[in-house]
Design a protein around this ligand. Structure first.
Ligand SMILES: C[S@@+](CC[C@H](N)C(=O)[O-])C[C@H]1O[C@@H](n2cnc3c(N)ncnc32)[C@H](O)[C@@H]1O
Length: 345
């Protein structure tokens, strides 16, 4: 009986962008229904939660019906009472799990600011990599492993869990996806589109013609040009000079509602304007005849006064039936906004 009850519950640590933990928790409640136990690890950002389902079933639901604001999950297979000492972690990791020789394993360590220890995250990771290699002859990797051993360290507890990378919603530690800043990069905004490409499983090099609405200074346009796409960029503000010479770029330095576009000209429409969402929806609606049936639209949505769900509902309603929502996600590189991926019907 005891065992049965244990099998029917599972514990995770969830992480959202700072200030959006509440929204992530609301989505989890909608998915699983109460009762629940949430406890905050970092206010409105990182939290521990228990679900009345086994680990595999709970993970499957979280992956298949992925919440927009939940950036990352790690399972909690063990909660060690600890004192910041490395030895207790090493002991657990080398005695409580079973790993086959040659398994590629990535160790990801996060710790709260309150954990006053001189050992850095990197040092914990290094020590665990070594210990696992010695105990099981596994192979430590930074990314692309078969498993991730996640550790979340607070002054009182070490939360530890083993999972396949695809079960964590993101294979980056805490979902904090990092891109290298390139020399001469035009805007930080470029990271948003790079992240959207990964998170929505797209490959921009497969598109021939794209429309970038609100393109200046040109981060998104530059990424699409790098992928070999022909881009029509629209913005009353200036695009970076370096882009203007590009043979695959057409630039209209105008307000988007003043530009005449050919029907069915584009397979991809992207828009990163920091406008009120419903105003943006009206503008996008006017431009939609230029997007082919089956085409993709990626839109950044500014979250007004944190009424996130209402904002998304209204916007999706405004854009239907032409656009149908495939996935919405608050990306790591989104600030007070989230990103939506649509297909034109
Ligand atoms: C956040 S920036 C876009 C950054 C861009 N994605 C990048 O990667 O560099 C928003 C842009 O929307 C533009 N914008 C605002 N209203 C617009 C309109 N009616 N038509 C076209 N662009 C507009 C602004 O001029 C501004 O350059």
């Amino acid at each position: 009986m005891m065992e049965e009850q244990l099998l029917q519950s599972s514990t995770f640590i969830g992480t959202a962008n700072r200030g959006y933990g509440q929204q992530a928790q609301e989505e989890i409640i909608r998915l699983f229904g109460p009762p629940f136990k949430f406890s905050q690890l970092v206010p409105n950002e990182t939290f521990r939660f228990e679900l009345p389902l086994g680990k595999a079933e709970a993970t499957q639901r979280l992956v298949e019906q992925e919440p927009m604001f939940l950036r990352h999950i790690q399972p909690v297979d063990a909660e060690l009472d600890w004192d910041g000492e490395l030895d207790s972690l090493l002991e657990w990791a080398t005695s409580s799990i079973k790993l086959e020789a040659g398994t590629l394993i990535a160790v990801q360590v996060r710790k709260t600011e309150q954990l006053a220890t001189k050992v850095s995250q990197g040092e914990y990771k290094q020590a665990l990599d070594l210990a696992l290699t010695k105990a099981y002859a596994t192979e430590p990797v930074a990314k692309g492993g078969e498993f991730i051993l996640s550790l979340y360290l607070t002054p009182e507890k070490a939360y530890i869990g083993l999972s396949a990378p695809e079960h964590n919603l993101s294979d980056w530690s805490g979902g904090a996806i990092r891109f290298r800043k390139e020399e001469g990069q035009l805007s930080r905004a470029k990271f948003k589109l790079l992240e959207a490409e990964q998170v929505f499983g797209l490959d921009f090099s497969q598109y021939k013609m794209a429309l970038d609405v609100g393109a200046a200074p040109g981060g998104w346009t530059s990424l699409l040009l790098e992928r070999g796409v022909k881009v029509t960029a629209i913005d009353p503000a200036k695009l970076d000079k370096a882009l203007l010479k590009h043979p695959n770029l057409t630039f209209h330095q105008k307000n988007a509602s003043d530009v005449k576009l050919l029907a069915d000209a584009y397979e991809l429409l992207v828009c990163d304007m920091s406008w009120s969402p419903r105003q943006m929806a009206r503008l996008i609606k006017e431009l939609l005849p230029s997007l082919r049936t089956g085409g993709t639209a990626i839109l950044t949505v500014k979250l007004m006064h944190k009424k996130a769900f209402q904002t998304v509902r209204e916007l999706v309603g405004d854009l239907s039936p032409e656009l149908s929502l495939q996935k919405g996600k608050q990306l790591f590189h989104n600030r007070e906004e989230l990103t939506l991926f649509f297909i034109k019907s």
